[in-house]
Design a protein around this ligand. Sequence first.
Ligand SMILES: N[C@@H](CCC(=O)N[C@@H](CS)C(=O)NCC(=O)O)C(=O)O
Length: 152
Amino acid sequence: MPTVYGISASPFVRKVRVVLAEKRVAYELEPIVPLNVPPEYRRISPLGKVPAFRDGERTLADSSVICAYLERTHPEPPLYPSDPYAHARALWFEEYGDTALAETLTGAIFVQRIVAPRFLPSSTTSRASSEAATSSPARGSRSATSPSPPTS
Ligand SMILES: N[C@@H](CCC(=O)N[C@@H](CS)C(=O)NCC(=O)O)C(=O)O
């Protein structure tokens, strides 16, 4: 049975888990917390990040790489378009989600609203979160720190 290394708090781990669920692939979750990972984990994930993946003797790092492998090894149901251009566009949206969008949402929402209130209750981060929540830009407007959406 394949193994996913990582914790579900990571959106990248969840991305791989969603793909495995959609493709109905049974797997084990090995809860690696990406802080001071054990040296042997870097043999699987050289950057020390989660997720990583093991399929027998084969190991992979990076959620997009793992998803690409799963799409080839478990083609049904297909989660990427077969048309070359549509496929490339899907990869672009995936890349956008993993970079600009993730960077913005991790600090602005995940850390501020999920992590800080639970684990750093008296931190300035949670105060900043309240202030940010009450001074959010109107729907449709864009703050200076928002990433630009992908263009069509
Ligand atoms: N491009 C990577 C990003 C993975 C990533 O940044 N994971 C975070 C957890 S959400 C991590 O492991 N951070 C630890 C670190 O950067 O050392 C992927 O898609 O798998």
